[in-house]
Design a protein around this ligand. Structure first.
Ligand code: NAD
Ligand code: ZN
Length: 368
């Protein structure tokens, strides 16, 4: 059926309000406008950031179609789109790359001004939505909604990838994998023989562990309250596992004792203020580097002992592994195809779209 220029009716998951179960509905997806692409979604991951959205920890507009970590095939393109064509395999990008803003033009910046995470408007760059359900406007999630059979995103929030890419795996290269792996290898630049601690051993934390291991870290301490995460973390390179709920003292004190001097690199991949402070306090006072990858709730404030900042350690936030997304993400897919990296251990379950509820249950149970 030729859908070009026509509104497509398909299934999508809608969150009508915060903390309400997703409901799979028939939605209308308008054709892409100028500078936009319409994508048939093939595969989507569930990222911790989706969970923050659904729980209302991140302020967003409802109703919306959640999801942002996805792989799909371009169905049609709007006027002026030249970086992809119908039939191309693409990944959607929660952090776009417009190549025009201050962040994109700066050699180190990647937090493109056209992102829609902080804050989340839920609409396209022209201020309107492409989704509706029973005549009601439905908001986008981070301009990338992926829990839908078709989505529309700005051209700058999608990138063409290798035709040989297995879509059921590479969707993780849309967000979770580069976020964690890049935090270690690209942002922190973990050094051979160094000591690391990773708070949170979910999707992002596991990818951080892989990056630390690939960089030659000699000791990687993994911290999680869910011990079911420990066997895989060990298989990926964690040398010591800590469950803060089973320790007699604060986890940062235990990390200090284990290392004697504090770690070279600490990573937070949970999104909680307390674990961000614990990561900071686990670092070596003089040369330690603390990277925050977790997304804290919208109204959260971070409080640190101010005098201790003087001793020289570094606190750094990191988004999408500091990668300029359209420039770097396709290469990560190619590296995967060439067996230079292996994302397969990060895929715990694969379910069809109509079992999205079961997938979310697995995520919430901590089994995924
Ligand atoms: P996840 O749910 O898979 O992993 C979180 C892990 O933290 C789980 O294993 C959980 O058991 C553990 N945990 C929860 N509370 C804990 C506590 N108090 N102490 C120790 N461990 C605890 O989520 P994810 O997809 O890995 O995402 C992690 C964070 O990274 C989220 O905040 C997400 O929003 C953020 N994120 C940031 C970026 C970025 O670009 N910076 C990209 C993707 C995700
Ligand atoms: Zn994500």
């Amino acid at each position: 059926m030729n859908t070009l220029g026509k509104t497509i009716t398909c299934r999508a998951a809608i969150a009508w309000a915060k903390n309400s179960p997703l409901s799979i509905e028939e939605v209308q997806v308008e054709p892409p406008k100028s500078g936009e692409v319409r994508i048939k979604m093939i595969s989507s991951g569930i990222c911790g950031s989706d969970d923050h959205v659904l729980k209302g920890e991140l302020v967003v507009n409802f109703p919306l179609i959640p999801g942002h970590e996805g792989a799909g095939i371009v169905e049609s393109v709007g006027d002026g789109v030249c970086s992809m064509k119908p039939g191309d395999k693409v990944l959607i990008l929660i952090i776009p790359q417009c190549r025009e803003c201050d962040a994109c033009l700066h050699p180190k910046g990647n937090f493109c001004y056209k992102q829609d995470v902080l804050p989340c408007s839920g609409v396209m760059l022209d201020g309107t939505s492409r989704f509706s359900c029973r005549g009601q406007k439905i908001y986008h999630s981070f301009r990338t909604s992926s829990f839908t059979e078709y989505t529309v995103v700005p051209e700058i929030a999608a990138v063409k990838i290798d035709d040989a890419a297995p879509m059921d795996k590479v969707c993780l290269i849309s967000c979770g994998f580069p976020t964690g792996y890049g935090a270690a290898v690209n942002s922190a630049k973990v050094t051979p023989g160094s000591t690391c601690v990773v708070f949170g051993l979910g999707g992002v934390g596991s990818a951080i562990v892989m990056g630390c291991k690939a960089s030659g870290a000699s000791r990687i301490i993994g911290v999680d309250i869910n011990e079911e995460k420990f066997p895989r973390a060990r298989a990926l390179g964690v040398t010591d596992c800590l469950n803060p709920n089973k320790l007699e003292k604060p986890v940062q004190e235990v990390v200090m004792e284990m290392t004697g001097v504090g770690v070279d690199f600490a990573f937070e991949a949970i999104g909680l203020v307390d674990t961000m402070v614990a990561a900071w306090n686990s670092c070596n006072n003089s040369y330690g580097v603390c990277l925050i990858a977790g997304l804290a709730p919208s109204d959260a404030q971070l409080s640190l002992e101010a005098p201790k900042i003087l001793s020289g350690k570094t606190l750094k936030g990191v988004c999408l592994g500091d990668y300029k997304t359209r420039d770097c993400i396709p290469q990560i897919v190619t590296d995967y195809l060439q067996n230079k990296i292996n994302i397969d251990p990060l895929v715990t379950y694969q379910l069809p779209f109509n079992q999205l509820h079961e997938a979310l249950e697995l995520f919430h149970s901590g089994k995924a």
